[in-house]
Design a binder for this molecule. Structure first.
Ligand code: AHR
Length: 619
């Protein structure tokens, strides 16, 4: 590999190059990044009619001691279902721990010794009441509990109750229980239990936040109706995510059934939280909104204006002044400063559907009229031909086998340069080659990413998909980050992405790879490492073959010698290409870091079979 490393050579890769894609899929948000532990907190998941299914809540006690039903007497207008408990026993006759209800969270609540949890709920009763709020491990042992109650004067009105519990033991599979041995009738609604210890107190589960932060994403693509991916569309429009339902007080959020990925979301992680997450992680938000098209239905272009207005209002919510109609709602949620929204995507994967173009043009014109600086993303692919619509970016998705992904490293070499820029917002090797995240996938994806870097005059943004999976609900595999209530790990594809996280804003260096092998791809960039404020040349090389390969590197224009002391090498490989990480072996396939003691402007490196090698040479 001959690299032109002379000062001032090369081309700048866009600052936005490397980012993250988030979708409410696999319980990525509800039961994942969003640290709310109660599932179906408003009892709305069973539908707006009564009797309503309260799953996954269960009843503690039998018919002789408690009768549980639902009615529509909630004090919250947008979610009227409340839980009614008629307690038939008293202190003498109730079972020892009382009767009531229990919520297992999302496959168990992670309760850790010494940590504090805030429980909030709303209650009303016919007379005074006394409730025990406890976090109980799967062994039946309480790890935290407290007593709350209301005297007769308050009991008749809906009252917000808030308490904190400090855990005296750890149990990763706990439940929240609300019990009593006080005879009477009591209604409960909007029950929340969250750890106090979330990222900046913003409600993001800390370990998962950090996993994303470590990728140093420069943008965060998310559905703000809330989502990107098919979640934006909804199977049917009536179920699509509507951002207005997801902002304001959490108790007032209606929640909705995610009919693409088949689960209920209380929408705690709403539009505001998506924008907040992007800001916290240092990324620009890319808001994907519904364009009046579901997977199975669509709004005619002649009737799409309400959807257009909804998108305009969403932009105002994100970046309007705190005095504006929707900017004031954002301000009331604690963020008077506008969010830095510069990119929006009109829908997801509907190009070619009957109403796409007509609807798109309506959105495009209205947004550009009100917000000329906003960059608009179409989901029509412009990589093979010029598009018949105005756009700043076109969206490109690819899910394929490993070999195809490897050879797709040339995909954009001949793509038109005259039209919109490219946003590769979803890519991954999938199916047999990937299983739940193999080394083979990561190696092929590394080659693809090198190809995108090479074409970064055109490809300005790239993100892997999907980002998260709760291991208890794999709707889609593979995913970058796997978690359960208390553990997480990165797949090889996650670790591969870390090798590209310095590419945003780096300088692409011209290089020539002379080889007879069709299984090698390599590149060079120069970047400034913000951690030590030093400049490095990073060489990345992918060997997608069965045999080791010797790579001769020669860097022209390095006037001074490479500083050996700070130079290092990272290698991502494994003895078996189909190997994966797991909860029991989370670090089986991660980049191996070594110091590069033989660093030089001319050097030889051995590339193991099926490997990604990255060399950081300190200038
Ligand atoms: O990333 C999973 C899905 O793949 C997304 O919902 C969709 O955009 C694509 O088809």
């Amino acid at each position: 590999l001959v690299v032109d490393g002379s000062k001032g050579s090369g081309r700048q890769i866009p600052d936005t190059f490397f980012g993250a894609f988030f979708e409410e899929i696999n319980h990525a948000g509800a039961g994942g990044l969003w640290a709310e532990m109660v599932r179906n907190r408003g009892f709305e998941a069973g539908g707006a009619n009564v009797p309503s299914n309260i799953y996954p809540w269960t009843i503690i006690g039998d018919e002789s001691s408690i009768l549980v039903s639902t009615d529509r007497t909630s004090c919250f207008e947008r979610n009227k279902i409340a839980l009614r408990m008629e307690v038939l026993c008293n202190a003498k006759s109730c079972p020892n721990n009382g009767v009531g209800i229990s919520n297992p969270g999302f496959w168990g609540m992670n309760i850790e010794e010494g940590k504090t949890y805030r429980v909030i709920f709303h209650a009303r009763a016919l007379g005074p009441f006394d409730l025990k709020v406890s976090l109980v491990g799967d062994d039946g042992v309480s790890v935290a509990s407290t007593q709350v109650g209301r005297d007769g004067s308050y009991a008749y009105k809906w009252t917000r109750m808030e308490t904190t519990l400090e855990a005296n033991a750890t149990n990763h599979n706990s439940s929240l229980q609300i019990t009593t041995n006080h005879r009477g009738v009591i209604w409960l609604d909007q029950v929340s239990a969250m750890p106090l210890d979330t990222h900046k107190g913003h409600g993001f589960r800390k370990d998962l936040f950090q996993m994303v932060a470590n990728l140093k994403p420069k943008f965060f693509r998310f559905p703000g109706i809330f989502l990107s991916g098919c979640y934006v569309e909804g199977g049917y429009l009536r179920n699509a995510f509507r951002w207005k339902d997801s902002v304001g007080a959490w108790e007032e959020r209606a929640g909705h059934f995610n009919d693409v990925w088949h689960y209920w979301t209380d929408d705690g992680f709403g539009f505001f939280e998506g924008l907040q997450f992007a800001e916290d992680v240092g990324a620009l938000p890319v808001w994907v909104f519904n364009n009046g098209i579901g997977l199975h239905d669509a709004v005619d272009t002649s009737a799409v204006l309400p959807f257009v207005q909804e998108a305009l209002d969403g932009i105002e919510f994100a970046r309007g002044s705190p005095d504006s109609t929707w900017g004031s709602v954002r301000a009331s949620m604690g963020h008077p400063q506008p969010f830095d929204l510069r990119f929006v995507a009109i829908g997801n994967e509907e190009c070619g559907m009957p109403n796409y173009l007509g609807n798109y043009l309506k959105f495009y014109a209205a947004i550009k009229r009100s917000y000329p600086d906003i960059q608009i993303i179409t989901n029509c692919d412009g990589s093979g031909q010029n598009l018949d619509m105005p756009a700043d970016f076109y969206d490109f998705h690819i899910y394929t086998n490993a070999e195809d992904m490897f050879y797709k490293n040339t995909k954009f070499d001949a793509a038109p340069r005259s039209g919109p820029k490219a946003f590769v917002s979803e890519y991954a090797v999938w199916k047999d080659d990937a299983r739940d995240g193999t080394l083979l996938s990561a190696v092929a994806e590394a080659a693809f990413l090198i190809g995108l870097e090479r074409n970064s005059d055109l490809v300005h943004m790239v993100s892997y998909a999907p980002l998260f999976v709760n291991n208890n609900d794999r709707m889609w595999t593979p995913d970058a980050i796997v978690f359960n209530s208390h553990q997480h790990y990165g797949t090889p594809s996650y670790w591969n992405q870390q090798l590209f996280s310095e590419s945003s804003g780096a300088t692409w260096l011209n290089s020539t790879l002379q080889t007879s092998s069709t299984k090698l791809v390599a590149s060079a960039i120069e970047f400034n490492n913000s951690e030590d404020n030093k400049t490095y040349i990073r060489i990345k090389a992918v060997n997608f073959g069965d045999d080791p390969e010797n790579l001769k590197i020669s860097i022209n224009g390095l006037t001074s010698n490479v500083q050996k002391s700070g130079s290092k090498m990272m290698v991502l490989t494994a003895p078996n290409v189909m190997e994966e990480n797991s909860f029991s072996e989370p670090n089986k396939i991660v980049p191996q870091h070594t110091l590069l003691l033989n660093a030089n402007k001319d050097m030889d490196v051995t590339l193991p079979p099926y490997s990604v090698t990255s060399l950081d040479l300190l200038r």
